[in-house]
Design a protein around this ligand. Sequence first.
Ligand SMILES: C[S@@+](CC[C@H](N)C(=O)[O-])C[C@H]1O[C@@H](n2cnc3c(N)ncnc32)[C@H](O)[C@@H]1O
Ligand SMILES: [Zn+2]
Length: 155
Amino acid sequence: MTRRIVARRSPIHGNGVFAVAPIKKGEEIIEYKGTLMTHAEADELYGDGGETGHTFLFTLNDELLIDANRKGNTARWINHSCDPNCQAVIEENTDGNPRKDRVLIEAIRNIKPGEELTYDYGIVLDVPHTARLKKLWKCLCGSKNCTGTLLKSKR
Ligand SMILES: C[S@@+](CC[C@H](N)C(=O)[O-])C[C@H]1O[C@@H](n2cnc3c(N)ncnc32)[C@H](O)[C@@H]1O
Ligand SMILES: [Zn+2]
């Protein structure tokens, strides 16, 4: 299959992922890959989110998350937007094994070549979302409805 996406520098942050061919609404683009670990293991390795505003972690389910620092693929470069053109869908496997759940990035709009792919990270930290943390996780997506932070209100 011809490559439809490429990672390169992004105006939002660091590296981003861009379409190099048209992608249709509803199409699956890439799986978010990496090494599975428990939430406790990730907290031990990377802290609880209060130290840096950067993460390659994706919460898979109550037990596990995907650490794209280890064996991650191009999906780990996809940035967050408050007005995204993709969504991350967690595909739960049918035999109830949390290790077999997967994260798939799908287009929620038609995407033209040159457009940056984004999805809404929906990050909820275990610690209170103080003003300091919201600033640490400042959003630079540039969309009209930007909430100003990557953190999602706890409720
Ligand atoms: C999975 S990485 C995405 C790749 C990232 N651009 C890089 O070069 O490492 C997630 C991190 O990228 C940054 N990021 C992603 N979307 C952002 C946004 N809309 N505004 C500001 N920083 C963002 C944050 O530091 C976030 O924790
Ligand atoms: Zn934003």
